[in-house]
Design a protein around this ligand. Structure first.
Ligand code: SAH
Length: 400
């Protein structure tokens, strides 16, 4: 069934179409509902609109300040330098490629390339592979990167056989996520149905294989043991899985394991799959998940634990996650902001300090947003990823 429409009644059309589809067929998984709302050709949220910035629905770190992209570019230049030393000794020098998953307006890649122009011209000369399904955003990316050799991809099936250096900022959170809900000790699929409007319904129990895939097998012991099993989740507990995100991480990790490279993954997230983290936002305000499908951003908190498991299974390593505030501080954002402020007028200085605060302050993006790094297997912790415990351990060692 086609749910495409190009006029401004898209949301009503999409709701009507979803209702008809569910009535004719069966309830949808939440992931399928999100996929339709975000990605339907012409009418999906990312397909026809530019949701970023003050006038859009949400603002991302690269849209807050160029400092964010500069620091990420600096970090990747450092990883490239380290990687080259390793690759030279291993298999000879292979020309690397640059990757960005979900580049939005292309601002982050433009800012990173700006730093590379000064510091690492070799990276500016590399082809840029952008994973992007929205034709509208592809055209904005083309405008933002006039000097780059760009290859757009819908998915990861045709990446070049080369070391990959790059980034995915607020990409994994935008991928469809499914829900399971626990009732009297039994995990069931949580589906979208008509009530008669759109709403949730509880579906069939997860099979043993599904419990394993959702990593719910340890605590779904069933009603008979409920009162004895401390691990049994409370009634109505929710678990999430982002299968597309896990598949994408698996492909990226297999590629990095084979060819080398380093990819920063930045998103709001945590390290487990518990709780309902799905949120819908329109014009910077939270809205109901079923309000005007296609007109609101729908995202979830990324499960970095699941991504790390995928990276491991594919023979690579996911370092972190650490909090964004900690990462940016460790790699020198403060000094860079102060340096920029020293050359700015007072208005610009205020804007730089406000941007700095927004990126690192725990009350803003600093704690909720996490940073992880996908690299080949190995040891060592690159700058930015030293955790408090590791710092304490190393200072304890030094003081002995
Ligand atoms: N990284 C940007 C934009 C984040 S929004 C920034 O920080 O500003 C999410 C981005 O992922 C958008 O570019 C969106 O079109 C893209 N996207 C969403 N789902 C996708 C999918 N399944 N495959 C490829 N790109 C997708």
């Amino acid at each position: 069934m086609s749910i495409a429409s190009s006029d401004e009644n898209n949301a009503d059309d999409m709701t009507a179409s979803l209702v008809a589809q569910i009535a004719a067929d069966s309830p949808l998984s939440l992931a399928r509902y999100i996929e339709i709302a975000l990605s339907t050709a012409d009418a999906g949220y990312y397909q026809s609109s530019d949701p970023f910035g003050q006038k859009g629905d949400f603002i991302t770190a690269p849209e807050i300040s160029g400092l964010f992209g500069e620091m990420c570019g600096l970090f990747l230049a450092h990883m490239f330098e380290l990687g080259q030393a390793a690759e030279e000794t291993a298999s000879g020098r292979q020309k690397p490629a640059i990757i960005e998953c979900g580049p939005g307006r292309g601002t982050l890649m433009a800012d990173m390339r700006h730093v590379w122009e000064q510091l690492m011209p070799e990276l500016v000369a590399c082809p840029v592979h952008l994973i992007e399904t929205s034709p509208h955003l592809r055209s904005l990316q083309e405008q933002a990167l006039p000097d780059a050799v760009i290859h757009w991809h819908d998915d990861l099936s045709a990446l070049p056989a080369a070391p990959l250096y790059g980034i995915a900022n607020e990409f994994f959170d935008a991928l469809p996520v499914a829900h399971a809900i626990c009732r009297t000790g039994i995990w069931r699929h949580r589906l979208v149905t008509t009530t008669p409007g759109l709403g949730f319904v509880e579906g069939s129990p997860l099979t043993a294989a599904e419990l394993d895939i959702w990593r719910l097998d340890k605590d779904s012991s069933g009603p008979s043991q409920e009162s004895h099993d401390m691990a049994t989740p409370p009634d109505g507990a929710i678990a999430e899985i982002c299968t597309l995100g896990e598949d994408i991480m698996h492909s990226l990790a297999a590629h990095i394991a084979r060819f080398g490279g380093a990819i920063l993954i930045i998103d709001y997230g945590k390290t487990d799959n518990r709780g309902d983290t799905v949120q819908a936002v329109a014009a910077h305000k939270p809205v109901d998940l079923f309000y005007k499908p296609g007109q609101a951003d729908i995202s979830h908190w990324v499960d970095f634990g699941a991504l790390a498991a995928c990276a491991n299974a594919a023979g690579a390593r996911l370092i972190g996650p650490v909090e964004q505030g900690s990462f940016l501080t460790q790699i020198g954002l403060k000094a860079r902001a102060e340096q920029a402020a020293a050359h700015a007028d007072s208005e610009m200085r205020r804007a730089l300090l406000a941007a700095y605060d927004r990126l690192v302050s725990p009350a803003q993006m600093g704690s909720a947003f996490k940073v992880a790094l996908l690299v080949p297997q190995g040891n060592g912790t690159p700058p930015g990823f030293v955790t408090h415990n590791a710092k304490t351990e190393s200072s304890n060692r030094q003081s002995r």
